[in-house]
Design a protein around this ligand. Structure first.
Ligand SMILES: Cc1cc2nc3c(=O)[nH]c(=O)nc-3n(C[C@H](O)[C@H](O)[C@H](O)COP(=O)(O)OP(=O)(O)OC[C@H]3O[C@@H](n4cnc5c(N)ncnc54)[C@H](O)[C@@H]3O)c2cc1C
Length: 457
Protein backbone atom coordinates (compact mmCIF):
# COMPACT_ATOMS: atom_id res chain seq x y z
CA UNK A 1 0.00 0.00 0.00
CA UNK A 2 2.69 2.48 0.99
CA UNK A 3 4.77 1.90 -2.16
CA UNK A 4 1.69 2.58 -4.30
CA UNK A 5 1.11 5.79 -2.35
CA UNK A 6 4.63 7.01 -3.22
CA UNK A 7 4.01 6.23 -6.90
CA UNK A 8 0.65 8.02 -6.77
CA UNK A 9 2.08 11.09 -5.07
CA UNK A 10 4.90 11.30 -7.64
CA UNK A 11 2.50 10.92 -10.57
CA UNK A 12 0.33 13.68 -9.13
CA UNK A 13 2.96 16.44 -9.00
CA UNK A 14 3.98 18.37 -12.15
CA UNK A 15 7.67 18.19 -11.22
CA UNK A 16 7.73 14.42 -10.76
CA UNK A 17 4.94 13.12 -12.97
CA UNK A 18 7.36 12.39 -15.82
CA UNK A 19 9.76 10.33 -13.72
CA UNK A 20 9.77 6.74 -14.90
CA UNK A 21 8.52 4.53 -12.09
CA UNK A 22 8.42 0.73 -11.85
CA UNK A 23 6.26 -1.01 -9.23
CA UNK A 24 7.55 -4.52 -8.54
CA UNK A 25 5.16 -6.74 -6.58
CA UNK A 26 3.56 -10.09 -7.32
CA UNK A 27 0.80 -9.43 -4.77
CA UNK A 28 -2.53 -10.36 -6.48
CA UNK A 29 -4.08 -7.21 -4.94
CA UNK A 30 -2.25 -5.21 -7.61
CA UNK A 31 -4.42 -6.80 -10.31
CA UNK A 32 -7.57 -5.07 -9.06
CA UNK A 33 -8.82 -2.26 -11.34
CA UNK A 34 -12.48 -2.14 -10.27
CA UNK A 35 -14.47 -0.81 -7.36
CA UNK A 36 -15.43 -3.42 -4.77
CA UNK A 37 -19.17 -3.73 -4.48
CA UNK A 38 -20.65 -2.34 -1.28
CA UNK A 39 -23.03 -5.28 -1.02
CA UNK A 40 -20.21 -7.77 -0.41
CA UNK A 41 -19.17 -8.86 3.10
CA UNK A 42 -16.30 -6.62 4.30
CA UNK A 43 -12.87 -8.21 4.20
CA UNK A 44 -11.22 -8.93 7.54
CA UNK A 45 -8.12 -6.83 6.72
CA UNK A 46 -8.98 -3.19 7.38
CA UNK A 47 -7.11 -0.05 8.43
CA UNK A 48 -8.28 2.83 10.55
CA UNK A 49 -7.09 5.82 8.57
CA UNK A 50 -6.47 9.13 10.30
CA UNK A 51 -7.61 12.58 9.15
CA UNK A 52 -3.94 13.24 8.20
CA UNK A 53 -4.02 10.27 5.80
CA UNK A 54 -7.42 11.31 4.42
CA UNK A 55 -6.05 14.78 3.74
CA UNK A 56 -3.02 13.28 1.90
CA UNK A 57 -5.33 11.01 -0.13
CA UNK A 58 -7.50 14.00 -1.05
CA UNK A 59 -4.41 15.95 -2.17
CA UNK A 60 -3.32 13.17 -4.52
CA UNK A 61 -6.83 12.43 -5.83
CA UNK A 62 -7.20 8.99 -4.21
CA UNK A 63 -9.91 9.72 -1.65
CA UNK A 64 -12.66 10.11 -4.26
CA UNK A 65 -12.10 6.46 -5.21
CA UNK A 66 -12.29 5.37 -1.56
CA UNK A 67 -15.57 7.28 -1.27
CA UNK A 68 -17.09 5.21 -4.09
CA UNK A 69 -16.51 2.08 -2.04
CA UNK A 70 -17.28 0.92 1.49
CA UNK A 71 -15.76 3.07 4.24
CA UNK A 72 -16.99 4.03 7.70
CA UNK A 73 -16.25 7.32 9.43
CA UNK A 74 -16.52 7.28 13.21
CA UNK A 75 -16.88 10.29 15.46
CA UNK A 76 -16.82 8.55 18.85
CA UNK A 77 -14.47 6.22 20.64
CA UNK A 78 -14.55 4.51 24.03
CA UNK A 79 -11.50 2.99 25.75
CA UNK A 80 -11.61 1.07 29.03
CA UNK A 81 -10.05 -1.94 30.71
CA UNK A 82 -11.05 -5.11 32.52
CA UNK A 83 -10.46 -3.73 36.04
CA UNK A 84 -13.59 -1.55 35.88
CA UNK A 85 -11.64 1.31 37.48
CA UNK A 86 -12.20 3.84 34.71
CA UNK A 87 -12.96 4.62 31.07
CA UNK A 88 -12.36 7.38 28.54
CA UNK A 89 -14.73 8.59 25.83
CA UNK A 90 -13.46 10.61 22.88
CA UNK A 91 -15.64 12.63 20.51
CA UNK A 92 -14.63 14.39 17.29
CA UNK A 93 -16.49 17.44 18.61
CA UNK A 94 -13.86 17.67 21.39
CA UNK A 95 -11.49 19.02 18.74
CA UNK A 96 -14.10 20.69 16.53
CA UNK A 97 -14.03 17.96 13.87
CA UNK A 98 -16.69 15.78 12.30
CA UNK A 99 -14.85 12.50 12.65
CA UNK A 100 -11.91 10.90 14.49
CA UNK A 101 -11.01 8.49 11.71
CA UNK A 102 -12.35 6.21 9.01
CA UNK A 103 -12.22 2.42 8.75
CA UNK A 104 -11.41 1.20 5.22
CA UNK A 105 -10.70 -2.28 3.88
CA UNK A 106 -7.06 -2.66 2.81
CA UNK A 107 -8.31 -3.91 -0.57
CA UNK A 108 -10.19 -0.62 -1.02
CA UNK A 109 -7.12 1.46 -0.12
CA UNK A 110 -5.05 -0.57 -2.56
CA UNK A 111 -7.45 -0.43 -5.51
CA UNK A 112 -8.14 3.29 -4.94
CA UNK A 113 -4.40 3.97 -5.25
CA UNK A 114 -4.26 1.81 -8.39
CA UNK A 115 -7.29 3.51 -9.96
CA UNK A 116 -5.74 6.91 -9.34
CA UNK A 117 -2.44 5.78 -10.88
CA UNK A 118 -4.35 4.47 -13.88
CA UNK A 119 -5.85 7.94 -14.39
CA UNK A 120 -2.42 9.58 -14.33
CA UNK A 121 -0.42 7.10 -16.42
CA UNK A 122 -0.69 6.32 -20.13
CA UNK A 123 -0.59 2.60 -19.47
CA UNK A 124 -0.43 1.35 -15.90
CA UNK A 125 0.39 -2.18 -17.10
CA UNK A 126 3.77 -0.91 -18.33
CA UNK A 127 4.60 0.29 -14.84
CA UNK A 128 3.56 -2.72 -12.76
CA UNK A 129 5.91 -5.70 -12.77
CA UNK A 130 3.93 -8.60 -11.25
CA UNK A 131 7.04 -10.38 -10.09
CA UNK A 132 9.52 -10.49 -7.18
CA UNK A 133 12.80 -8.76 -6.72
CA UNK A 134 15.52 -11.38 -6.59
CA UNK A 135 18.70 -9.39 -6.27
CA UNK A 136 19.94 -5.88 -6.05
CA UNK A 137 23.33 -4.45 -6.95
CA UNK A 138 24.29 -1.01 -5.70
CA UNK A 139 26.76 0.92 -7.81
CA UNK A 140 29.56 1.25 -5.30
CA UNK A 141 29.00 -1.54 -2.83
CA UNK A 142 27.86 -4.27 -5.29
CA UNK A 143 25.51 -5.67 -2.68
CA UNK A 144 22.85 -8.18 -3.68
CA UNK A 145 19.25 -7.79 -2.45
CA UNK A 146 15.54 -8.28 -3.28
CA UNK A 147 13.51 -5.06 -3.37
CA UNK A 148 11.21 -2.54 -5.03
CA UNK A 149 12.72 0.17 -7.32
CA UNK A 150 11.92 3.13 -9.50
CA UNK A 151 13.22 2.62 -13.01
CA UNK A 152 14.76 5.48 -14.88
CA UNK A 153 16.50 3.58 -17.65
CA UNK A 154 15.38 1.75 -20.79
CA UNK A 155 15.34 -2.02 -20.56
CA UNK A 156 17.08 -2.63 -23.89
CA UNK A 157 20.60 -4.00 -24.08
CA UNK A 158 23.11 -1.20 -23.53
CA UNK A 159 26.04 0.05 -25.56
CA UNK A 160 29.22 1.31 -23.94
CA UNK A 161 28.06 4.83 -22.91
CA UNK A 162 24.88 3.31 -21.59
CA UNK A 163 26.91 0.74 -19.68
CA UNK A 164 28.91 3.58 -18.20
CA UNK A 165 25.72 5.36 -17.22
CA UNK A 166 24.24 2.17 -15.76
CA UNK A 167 27.31 1.58 -13.65
CA UNK A 168 26.14 4.54 -11.57
CA UNK A 169 22.65 3.08 -11.06
CA UNK A 170 21.18 0.32 -8.91
CA UNK A 171 20.60 -2.93 -10.79
CA UNK A 172 17.49 -4.89 -9.90
CA UNK A 173 17.12 -8.50 -10.99
CA UNK A 174 13.56 -9.79 -11.10
CA UNK A 175 12.30 -13.34 -10.69
CA UNK A 176 10.95 -13.31 -14.28
CA UNK A 177 14.50 -12.90 -15.59
CA UNK A 178 14.32 -9.20 -16.39
CA UNK A 179 16.63 -6.54 -14.97
CA UNK A 180 15.96 -2.88 -14.27
CA UNK A 181 18.34 -0.01 -13.56
CA UNK A 182 17.31 2.80 -11.28
CA UNK A 183 18.55 6.03 -9.77
CA UNK A 184 16.51 5.35 -6.65
CA UNK A 185 15.12 2.19 -5.08
CA UNK A 186 12.24 2.69 -2.65
CA UNK A 187 11.96 -0.27 -0.29
CA UNK A 188 8.24 -0.55 0.52
CA UNK A 189 8.34 -4.31 0.97
CA UNK A 190 6.98 -4.63 4.49
CA UNK A 191 8.41 -5.49 7.89
CA UNK A 192 10.60 -8.34 6.63
CA UNK A 193 11.99 -6.08 3.89
CA UNK A 194 14.54 -7.80 1.68
CA UNK A 195 15.64 -4.42 0.45
CA UNK A 196 16.53 -3.34 3.97
CA UNK A 197 18.29 -6.59 4.78
CA UNK A 198 20.39 -6.70 1.65
CA UNK A 199 21.27 -3.03 1.96
CA UNK A 200 22.66 -4.02 5.37
CA UNK A 201 20.54 -1.54 7.31
CA UNK A 202 20.40 -2.48 10.98
CA UNK A 203 17.21 -2.51 13.02
CA UNK A 204 16.12 -2.44 16.64
CA UNK A 205 13.10 -4.47 17.66
CA UNK A 206 11.50 -7.44 19.31
CA UNK A 207 8.60 -9.83 18.96
CA UNK A 208 5.68 -9.28 21.30
CA UNK A 209 4.42 -12.44 23.05
CA UNK A 210 1.11 -11.71 21.31
CA UNK A 211 -0.78 -12.33 18.07
CA UNK A 212 -3.72 -10.38 16.71
CA UNK A 213 -6.77 -12.23 15.50
CA UNK A 214 -8.89 -10.28 13.01
CA UNK A 215 -12.29 -10.88 11.40
CA UNK A 216 -15.60 -9.24 10.46
CA UNK A 217 -18.64 -9.60 12.72
CA UNK A 218 -22.28 -8.67 12.23
CA UNK A 219 -24.70 -6.81 14.54
CA UNK A 220 -28.45 -6.28 14.42
CA UNK A 221 -27.88 -2.50 14.16
CA UNK A 222 -25.20 -0.26 12.68
CA UNK A 223 -22.22 0.45 14.95
CA UNK A 224 -20.99 4.06 14.76
CA UNK A 225 -18.32 4.05 17.48
CA UNK A 226 -14.80 2.61 17.78
CA UNK A 227 -14.46 0.53 20.95
CA UNK A 228 -11.32 -0.73 22.63
CA UNK A 229 -11.09 -2.69 25.86
CA UNK A 230 -7.76 -3.69 27.40
CA UNK A 231 -7.88 -7.28 28.68
CA UNK A 232 -5.16 -9.09 30.67
CA UNK A 233 -3.80 -10.68 27.48
CA UNK A 234 -4.08 -7.55 25.26
CA UNK A 235 -6.64 -5.17 23.76
CA UNK A 236 -9.76 -6.08 21.79
CA UNK A 237 -11.04 -3.47 19.32
CA UNK A 238 -14.46 -3.36 17.66
CA UNK A 239 -14.30 -1.01 14.68
CA UNK A 240 -17.29 0.05 12.56
CA UNK A 241 -16.93 -0.88 8.88
CA UNK A 242 -20.35 0.19 7.62
CA UNK A 243 -23.87 -1.26 7.46
CA UNK A 244 -24.28 -3.71 10.34
CA UNK A 245 -20.67 -4.89 10.24
CA UNK A 246 -17.68 -4.32 12.51
CA UNK A 247 -14.08 -5.44 12.37
CA UNK A 248 -12.47 -7.20 15.33
CA UNK A 249 -8.76 -6.80 16.14
CA UNK A 250 -8.11 -8.91 19.23
CA UNK A 251 -4.62 -9.24 20.70
CA UNK A 252 -3.86 -12.34 22.77
CA UNK A 253 -1.17 -14.97 23.30
CA UNK A 254 -0.23 -16.96 20.16
CA UNK A 255 -1.72 -20.13 21.74
CA UNK A 256 -5.00 -18.37 22.51
CA UNK A 257 -5.14 -16.93 18.99
CA UNK A 258 -4.86 -20.44 17.52
CA UNK A 259 -7.64 -21.61 19.84
CA UNK A 260 -9.86 -18.65 18.88
CA UNK A 261 -9.17 -19.25 15.20
CA UNK A 262 -10.25 -22.86 15.34
CA UNK A 263 -13.23 -22.66 17.73
CA UNK A 264 -16.75 -22.81 16.27
CA UNK A 265 -18.23 -19.52 15.00
CA UNK A 266 -20.84 -19.63 17.78
CA UNK A 267 -18.19 -20.08 20.47
CA UNK A 268 -16.09 -17.31 18.95
CA UNK A 269 -19.00 -14.85 18.93
CA UNK A 270 -19.74 -15.69 22.58
CA UNK A 271 -16.09 -15.12 23.41
CA UNK A 272 -16.08 -11.73 21.63
CA UNK A 273 -19.25 -10.57 23.37
CA UNK A 274 -17.87 -11.64 26.73
CA UNK A 275 -14.58 -9.82 26.09
CA UNK A 276 -16.44 -6.60 25.24
CA UNK A 277 -18.85 -6.81 28.18
CA UNK A 278 -18.58 -8.46 31.61
CA UNK A 279 -15.82 -10.98 30.83
CA UNK A 280 -12.58 -10.63 32.84
CA UNK A 281 -14.02 -7.89 35.11
CA UNK A 282 -16.84 -5.42 35.84
CA UNK A 283 -18.03 -2.37 33.90
CA UNK A 284 -16.61 0.93 35.15
CA UNK A 285 -19.02 2.56 37.62
CA UNK A 286 -19.08 6.25 38.56
CA UNK A 287 -17.24 6.71 41.87
CA UNK A 288 -16.09 9.51 44.18
CA UNK A 289 -13.01 10.19 42.02
CA UNK A 290 -15.22 10.71 38.94
CA UNK A 291 -17.40 13.20 40.80
CA UNK A 292 -14.37 15.04 42.15
CA UNK A 293 -12.56 15.23 38.82
CA UNK A 294 -15.65 16.21 36.86
CA UNK A 295 -16.39 19.00 39.35
CA UNK A 296 -12.80 20.14 39.67
CA UNK A 297 -11.99 20.30 35.96
CA UNK A 298 -15.39 21.53 34.74
CA UNK A 299 -14.65 24.84 36.47
CA UNK A 300 -11.72 25.48 34.13
CA UNK A 301 -14.04 26.30 31.17
CA UNK A 302 -13.92 25.01 27.58
CA UNK A 303 -14.84 21.51 28.72
CA UNK A 304 -14.61 18.83 26.00
CA UNK A 305 -17.95 17.49 24.72
CA UNK A 306 -17.23 13.87 25.67
CA UNK A 307 -16.40 14.64 29.31
CA UNK A 308 -20.04 14.18 30.29
CA UNK A 309 -20.54 11.03 28.19
CA UNK A 310 -21.27 7.92 30.24
CA UNK A 311 -19.78 4.49 29.78
CA UNK A 312 -21.67 2.40 27.22
CA UNK A 313 -21.69 -1.31 26.47
CA UNK A 314 -20.70 -2.01 22.82
CA UNK A 315 -23.27 -3.56 20.46
CA UNK A 316 -23.37 -7.34 20.60
CA UNK A 317 -21.96 -9.38 17.71
CA UNK A 318 -24.55 -11.77 16.28
CA UNK A 319 -22.27 -13.70 13.94
CA UNK A 320 -18.79 -13.92 12.49
CA UNK A 321 -19.02 -13.44 8.72
CA UNK A 322 -15.44 -13.59 7.48
CA UNK A 323 -12.37 -15.74 7.72
CA UNK A 324 -10.50 -15.38 11.04
CA UNK A 325 -6.83 -14.53 10.50
CA UNK A 326 -4.00 -14.37 13.06
CA UNK A 327 -0.86 -12.21 12.81
CA UNK A 328 2.21 -12.39 15.07
CA UNK A 329 3.06 -8.92 16.42
CA UNK A 330 6.42 -7.20 16.61
CA UNK A 331 8.14 -3.86 16.93
CA UNK A 332 10.91 -2.91 14.52
CA UNK A 333 12.66 0.34 13.74
CA UNK A 334 15.39 0.79 11.11
CA UNK A 335 18.46 2.66 12.26
CA UNK A 336 18.59 4.38 8.85
CA UNK A 337 15.76 5.10 6.43
CA UNK A 338 18.09 6.02 3.56
CA UNK A 339 21.42 5.32 1.96
CA UNK A 340 22.76 6.35 -1.45
CA UNK A 341 20.08 5.49 -4.06
CA UNK A 342 17.85 3.88 -1.43
CA UNK A 343 14.92 4.94 0.75
CA UNK A 344 12.77 2.78 3.02
CA UNK A 345 9.11 3.61 3.63
CA UNK A 346 6.25 2.10 5.64
CA UNK A 347 6.68 -1.15 7.52
CA UNK A 348 10.08 -1.67 5.87
CA UNK A 349 11.29 1.27 7.98
CA UNK A 350 9.14 0.82 11.11
CA UNK A 351 6.65 -1.75 12.37
CA UNK A 352 4.43 -0.92 15.34
CA UNK A 353 1.87 -2.68 17.53
CA UNK A 354 -1.61 -2.35 15.94
CA UNK A 355 -3.29 -1.30 19.20
CA UNK A 356 -3.90 2.26 18.00
CA UNK A 357 -4.26 1.55 14.27
CA UNK A 358 -1.31 3.76 13.34
CA UNK A 359 1.00 1.53 11.23
CA UNK A 360 -0.08 2.30 7.70
CA UNK A 361 -0.81 5.91 8.60
CA UNK A 362 2.85 6.37 9.53
CA UNK A 363 3.70 4.76 6.19
CA UNK A 364 1.47 7.14 4.25
CA UNK A 365 3.18 9.99 6.12
CA UNK A 366 6.50 8.63 4.82
CA UNK A 367 5.11 8.44 1.28
CA UNK A 368 4.00 12.09 1.33
CA UNK A 369 7.32 13.27 2.78
CA UNK A 370 9.49 11.26 0.38
CA UNK A 371 7.54 12.39 -2.70
CA UNK A 372 7.90 16.01 -1.55
CA UNK A 373 11.67 15.67 -1.10
CA UNK A 374 12.05 14.03 -4.52
CA UNK A 375 10.08 16.91 -6.10
CA UNK A 376 12.34 19.42 -4.35
CA UNK A 377 15.35 17.57 -5.74
CA UNK A 378 13.95 17.55 -9.27
CA UNK A 379 13.18 21.28 -9.03
CA UNK A 380 16.87 22.10 -8.55
CA UNK A 381 18.20 19.43 -10.91
CA UNK A 382 19.52 17.08 -8.19
CA UNK A 383 20.02 13.37 -8.66
CA UNK A 384 16.96 11.81 -6.94
CA UNK A 385 19.20 9.12 -5.44
CA UNK A 386 21.53 11.64 -3.84
CA UNK A 387 22.11 10.82 -0.18
CA UNK A 388 22.02 14.42 1.04
CA UNK A 389 18.63 14.89 -0.61
CA UNK A 390 17.24 11.63 0.82
CA UNK A 391 18.47 12.51 4.30
CA UNK A 392 15.97 15.37 4.31
CA UNK A 393 13.22 12.76 4.07
CA UNK A 394 14.73 10.77 6.95
CA UNK A 395 15.05 13.89 9.10
CA UNK A 396 11.44 14.81 8.43
CA UNK A 397 10.00 11.40 9.36
CA UNK A 398 12.22 9.72 11.90
CA UNK A 399 11.33 11.79 14.97
CA UNK A 400 7.57 11.42 14.40
CA UNK A 401 7.85 7.68 13.76
CA UNK A 402 10.09 7.06 16.78
CA UNK A 403 7.70 9.05 19.00
CA UNK A 404 4.68 7.02 17.88
CA UNK A 405 6.60 3.72 18.15
CA UNK A 406 7.63 4.57 21.73
CA UNK A 407 4.13 5.64 22.77
CA UNK A 408 2.56 2.46 21.36
CA UNK A 409 5.21 0.23 22.93
CA UNK A 410 4.63 1.98 26.26
CA UNK A 411 0.88 1.33 26.00
CA UNK A 412 1.51 -2.30 25.10
CA UNK A 413 3.69 -2.76 28.19
CA UNK A 414 1.58 -0.78 30.67
CA UNK A 415 -1.59 -2.59 29.64
CA UNK A 416 -0.03 -6.07 29.68
CA UNK A 417 0.63 -6.19 33.42
CA UNK A 418 -1.93 -7.11 36.07
CA UNK A 419 -0.33 -5.51 39.14
CA UNK A 420 -2.26 -3.55 41.81
CA UNK A 421 -0.35 -0.21 41.78
CA UNK A 422 -0.16 -0.23 37.98
CA UNK A 423 -3.89 -0.91 37.74
CA UNK A 424 -4.47 2.18 39.87
CA UNK A 425 -2.10 4.22 37.69
CA UNK A 426 -4.01 3.08 34.59
CA UNK A 427 -7.28 4.07 36.24
CA UNK A 428 -5.79 7.49 36.95
CA UNK A 429 -4.80 7.75 33.27
CA UNK A 430 -8.36 6.90 32.15
CA UNK A 431 -9.75 9.51 34.53
CA UNK A 432 -7.19 12.10 33.45
CA UNK A 433 -7.99 11.57 29.77
CA UNK A 434 -11.73 11.61 30.49
CA UNK A 435 -11.93 14.76 32.61
CA UNK A 436 -8.89 16.92 31.79
CA UNK A 437 -9.99 18.48 28.52
CA UNK A 438 -6.60 19.82 27.31
CA UNK A 439 -5.07 16.36 27.80
CA UNK A 440 -8.02 14.73 26.02
CA UNK A 441 -7.63 17.12 23.07
CA UNK A 442 -3.89 16.48 22.85
CA UNK A 443 -4.39 12.71 22.80
CA UNK A 444 -6.99 13.05 20.04
CA UNK A 445 -4.76 15.34 17.96
CA UNK A 446 -1.81 12.98 18.29
CA UNK A 447 -3.90 9.96 17.25
CA UNK A 448 -5.37 11.92 14.32
CA UNK A 449 -1.92 12.37 12.82
CA UNK A 450 -0.75 15.67 14.30
CA UNK A 451 2.89 15.49 15.30
CA UNK A 452 2.34 17.10 18.69
CA UNK A 453 3.14 15.04 21.78
CA UNK A 454 0.18 13.86 23.85
CA UNK A 455 0.86 16.29 26.69
CA UNK A 456 -0.58 19.61 27.75
CA UNK A 457 -0.04 22.36 25.24
C1 LIG B 1 -3.74 -7.11 12.81
C2 LIG B 1 -3.25 -5.81 12.25
C3 LIG B 1 -4.10 -4.70 12.21
C4 LIG B 1 -3.66 -3.48 11.71
N1 LIG B 1 -4.51 -2.41 11.71
C5 LIG B 1 -4.06 -1.22 11.28
C6 LIG B 1 -4.90 -0.06 11.29
O1 LIG B 1 -6.07 -0.11 11.69
N2 LIG B 1 -4.38 1.13 10.87
C7 LIG B 1 -3.10 1.23 10.45
O2 LIG B 1 -2.65 2.34 10.12
N3 LIG B 1 -2.28 0.16 10.39
C8 LIG B 1 -2.73 -1.06 10.80
N4 LIG B 1 -1.90 -2.14 10.75
C9 LIG B 1 -0.56 -1.99 10.19
C10 LIG B 1 -0.59 -2.04 8.66
O3 LIG B 1 -1.23 -3.21 8.22
C11 LIG B 1 0.83 -1.96 8.10
O4 LIG B 1 1.47 -0.85 8.68
C12 LIG B 1 0.79 -1.80 6.58
O5 LIG B 1 0.28 -2.95 5.96
C13 LIG B 1 2.19 -1.54 6.04
O6 LIG B 1 2.10 -1.27 4.67
P1 LIG B 1 3.37 -1.43 3.73
O7 LIG B 1 2.90 -1.10 2.36
O8 LIG B 1 4.52 -0.69 4.30
O9 LIG B 1 3.78 -2.97 3.83
P2 LIG B 1 2.92 -4.29 3.42
O10 LIG B 1 1.46 -4.01 3.56
O11 LIG B 1 3.53 -5.37 4.22
O12 LIG B 1 3.24 -4.46 1.89
C14 LIG B 1 4.51 -4.91 1.44
C15 LIG B 1 4.39 -5.31 -0.02
O13 LIG B 1 5.70 -5.65 -0.49
C16 LIG B 1 5.60 -6.80 -1.31
N5 LIG B 1 6.91 -7.50 -1.29
C17 LIG B 1 7.56 -8.03 -0.24
N6 LIG B 1 8.73 -8.57 -0.64
C18 LIG B 1 8.82 -8.38 -1.98
C19 LIG B 1 9.80 -8.71 -2.97
N7 LIG B 1 10.92 -9.37 -2.68
N8 LIG B 1 9.56 -8.37 -4.26
C20 LIG B 1 8.43 -7.69 -4.59
N9 LIG B 1 7.49 -7.33 -3.69
C21 LIG B 1 7.68 -7.68 -2.40
C22 LIG B 1 4.47 -7.63 -0.69
O14 LIG B 1 3.89 -8.50 -1.66
C23 LIG B 1 3.50 -6.54 -0.24
O15 LIG B 1 2.52 -6.25 -1.22
C24 LIG B 1 -2.33 -3.36 11.23
C25 LIG B 1 -1.47 -4.47 11.25
C26 LIG B 1 -1.92 -5.69 11.75
C27 LIG B 1 -0.98 -6.87 11.78
Amino acid sequence: MVGLAVACALSNMPLTKNLRVAIIDSNPALKSRNYLTKSSIPDSRVSTVTPATISFFKDIGVWEHVQQQRHAFFGKMQVWDYTGLGYTRYNAKDVGKEYLGCVVENKVLCNSLLLRLQEELDDIENVIYPTRLVSLTFPSKSKQAGMKPTSSEPLSAGHSTEELHRSNLVKLDLSDGRSLYSKLVIGADGSKSNVRQIAGIKTTGWNYPQSAIICTVEHVMENDCAWQRFLPSGPIALLPIGDNFSNIVWTMSPEESLRHKSMSPEEFVMSVNRALDFGYGPHPRPNALDHFMEKFFSGTGNTAASTKESFEVPPKATGVVSERMAFPLSLMHSHDYVSKRLALVGDAAHTVHPLAGQGVNLGFGDAAALAKVIAEGVSVGSDVGDLTLLQRYEKDRKAANVAMTAVLDGFQKIYSVDFGPLNVARAAAFHGAQYISPLKRNIISFAMGDTKWPIFS
